[in-house]
Design a protein around this ligand. Sequence first.
Ligand code: PEP
Length: 258
Amino acid sequence: MPERKRLVAGNWKMNGLRADGISLARALAARAAEPHACDLLICPPATLLAAVGEALAGSAIALGGEDCHAAPSGAFTGSISAEMLKDAGCSHVILGHSERRQGCGESDADVRAKIAAAWRAGLVAILCVGETGAERAAGRAVEIVAAQLAGSIPTGSIPTGSIPTGSNADGADAARLIVAYEPIWAIGTGLVPTSADIVAIHAAIRGRIPAGTRILYGGSVNPKNAAEILALAEVDGALVGGASLKAEDFWAIARACR
Ligand code: PEP
């Protein structure tokens, strides 16, 4: 089994106007010309995809979307399809983020349909899973994450757009899926699980996903805690929210992959 190269991905969420986004993307593109040991991805809001894509052109940083609709096109005012993301230069899309599961009422079935759409369009899907603080306190973290994985990952034969991938007759495979473990109570709070808890959940996820799939940790990753988190067994990178909005911080996290 080839080694899993780590990925540091930035989720800009609903942040950034054109000038900020372009200048952040340019700063990161310049940094990414320096030696680094991980794959890099930034996922800006849809309004910035074209401008950020242009600023990243020729750099080592890939472009991703923050969400997509399950349908390829149609009467879905305000939505963006996976095909549109692909057309805008994206290679990845974040799906099932807790802010969409909780704030927009997305179910596992919705997320599953979106992942299938991402694959249809030739995008790598970054599937977010994670428990609430109450669920963790009740000892249900693994149960919750396992149910999200079981409900959100498509099964059966699904065409895989242009992603170069191996056999996928049984559904997902490692070339088109990344899982991000994001405990909801750790997102944007400055709280982080213990290293032992991260390792335990990642190991539980590993047993439930296709061999070779990367598992990212997300939730208050910053330049101070990145080295410890990224050195943990089964942590194949980070999904970074707040700290991805500052070039120096995002780059410091990327540099923590050694
Ligand atoms: C996120 O929302 O995906 C995230 C990880 O946010 P933060 O890093 O700000 O906790």
